[in-house]
Design a protein around this ligand. Sequence first.
Ligand code: FES
Length: 286
Amino acid sequence: MGKNVLVVDDDEIVIRSCEAVLGGEGFTVTGVTSSKEAMSLINDHAYDLVITDLIMPTIDGFELIKWINENHQQTRVMAMTGYSSKAVLRDAIALDIIDFLPKPFFPHTLTAAVNKAISTPLKAPAAVSDKEEAETYDKAKFQAILKRYRKVPGALIVVLQETQELIGYLPASVQKVIAKSLKIPVSEVHAVVSFYSYFTMKPMGKYNVRVCLGTACYVKRADEILEKLQETMGVNEGEITQDGMFSLETVRCIGACGLAPVVLVGQDTFGSVNPATANEILKEYQ
Ligand code: FES
């Protein structure tokens, strides 16, 4: 992989943990304990991802993210904090971060979040041409969704859900249309799409396969299930099979821990999956 990750946290233990976990996965990790040091490094080096704590003395993570947004728009930022109150979450979302990681976190959670963040397209919605959306979905149905919720306050999430169900993903051009219809800033739509792992800006296969790597699933060998599926499908996490049939993703807890380990294929849920035979799930869709 060899991607460069900058970790900003006033707690050195967190930095050392990130170095150990991500370093073991092939990332080049640099850690600093203040936003000031981070700004200096970001000015001089290109990072594939900056992971920053939010609550820090002097210049906090919010200020750092705002500075990055203003001065280094091509830098992806992921936030982490041990204080995940609703207000902190809301303020973090408003800053257009790629993801949000509550502390403490498990190694596999960190790795999965970083891999996902790094594969997230950099460009804001306006950067994608309108041509991209042509012929990819039923525009009449999309317009019907927009019409249904145009005057419903707070309908953004449900519009995004229904649109993703229709199109399979949320390309930038579609986000732009949704923002216009709901009369809200494109940046707000983009922030919500980026924040929730349920939403995706990348095209998916006909069937999107999601392996849960949440704690309950992980302790029941979900990592082996992922390996088995990667081997069978011939793709890595975040990729689509050559025939366009399947895409493969990992997710954190989906709230079905009693069924762990869990695999989702589209809207179908498979529980108590045996790692040795996980690939047989795919046969039902071929
Ligand atoms: S950890 Fe997988 S469903 Fe909860």
